[in-house]
Write a protein that binds this ligand. Sequence first.
Ligand code: F6R
Length: 607
Amino acid sequence: MCGIIGFTGQTEAKNVLLEGLEALEYRGYDSAGIACFNNDVIDTIKTTGKVSSLRKKVVAMPEFHSTCGIGHTRWATHGGVSDTNSHPHTFGKVTLIHNGIIENYHELETKLAAEGKFPVSQTDTEIAVMLIDYLYHGNPMETLKKAMDYLEGTYAFCILFKDRPGVIYCLRNGSPLVACHCEEGSVIASDMVALIKYSKEYFVLPEQHIAVLTKDQITVFDAKDKVVMPKMLYVNWDMSAAMKGGYPHFMLKEIYEQPEALRSTIMPRIAKGNLPDLTNDGLPHTILDSVNRIIITACGTAMHAGLIGRVMFERLLRIPVTVEIASEFRYQKPIIDSNTLVITISQSGETADTLAALRLAKSGHAKTLSIVNVKGSSIARESDYVMYTHAGPEIAVASTKAYTAQLSCLYLLAFDFALEKGRLSEEDCSKEMEGLLQIIPAIEKTLTFHPLAKEISRNIKDCEDLFFIGRGLDYALSCEGSIKLKEISYIHSEAYAAGELKHGTLSLVTEGTPVIAVATQSSVYSKMISNIREVRARGAMVILITNGNNTVDSSLYDYHVPLPYLSDNFAPFTAAVVLQMLAYYTSVQRGLDVDQPRNLAKSVTVE
Ligand code: F6R
């Protein structure tokens, strides 16, 4: 949430900043701005709207030249969407950009008011810039260390001091910052996607550390002023992975990247005899020793992956598993101890509630394991064990390839744990792994259903409400189908356990109400058919998704999507792809901004 970038070097800063902000725009798109040194003056250009609006403003000022500056793309938290509330913010000698939330801003504002200092915006960020200016007497390092004592909440700051031209000071607590030094100079940003053009090698600025960027180098200091050498990381993807590559939207590209994302996530984890091998993930064989319960915690789509994971774990391990919404879990005083394994799932690895849930689990002495896409992210670093999804960068706000990659990790864990615990024989485990591998060609086949998905979308695009129904794994998947449709098409939808409809919700189903019935599970198939009859009898428009081309009474549905046949456990993968395509084409038909839906942003670093 909010994307930030800083650059100081040999080339035109505005180009680096604008390109960086375009890459970071998925983190927020309410407003954008840059501030650059112009000798000993700092010029700021900012505007509501997207980075494209900012670019227009910058292009209209050809005299705007600099080799050092900072840039921000905002997801509004404190204060509405307005030019005044946009970043960068300046007070006195200090100009800064911020990602995070200053929780004690009101208290600080009162203190500053007593000194006769008043903000002009409604943002928490302006209070931070006022505080830093108030503390500044010519020594940036001293000032920032003091500021850390006053500030509560989360922050990643890039700061320009008017009397330090060419230098950017950066500070981090909670919100991410990654940096690299390259031929062009020094670059720092919220996410590697903004740095990849310059380097594949980078480092994560450690928490409560200060980075000082000059054109020649980046120096990192800890809270005691000691210079530290952060660990260098390397990304194995390149610029093209962070670009649309001919697709009209990132979301469509990412839907199509799923076979590759799954191949990269699964293949390195297969050992001889077609058995799971998680040794490179550093997972000890003893991880489940003494574990008598598993808690999966995450937010949104990642939490929905957990719902599927629970079914698989309980089926195979016979250990109780609960799935907890991270923002609830952290405030519920959950029962956890050293016999609990807590699995956190996160694409970004920075989601504030998931991170807090992880910290809570650690404080309760649970073993912690995370499934994360972004290398070196906070959740990855703070977990006892981490299993990376190798999905590559996910730019569209709606998660697609990260979700199926998360599922594949959960399946690998379930198979590995079941083998270790003697719940699966080597032979049976190898068969399960074979099933997991079959999802890749099956997804490739499912992607060819796009004309059907488009046609269905044309017929649901004008509805006001829509229901997803399913049982077991299909219900867990329906939850994901529903969030996907809601977030990018703005159509209200609900996911229901099919057997639960008649306990209340069925009253909402009337003539023409679209119902997407996911019926891939053979054990409950006949029950599902009965539930479909119930909605059909009330006039529902039924879109039926089955596993393989089952013979179904054609009077039961308006559309039938027969997925390539997979054994029941694996059908969520192909069904997920269909639900993603339905959401995607519905959003396109409604003429909406698919990749950057209103009010949302990727990587939710606020609570
Ligand atoms: C929905 C979506 C969100 C994220 C959620 C968690 O398409 O992407 O619901 O899944 O915000 O994000 P991560 O996985 O980064 O923790």
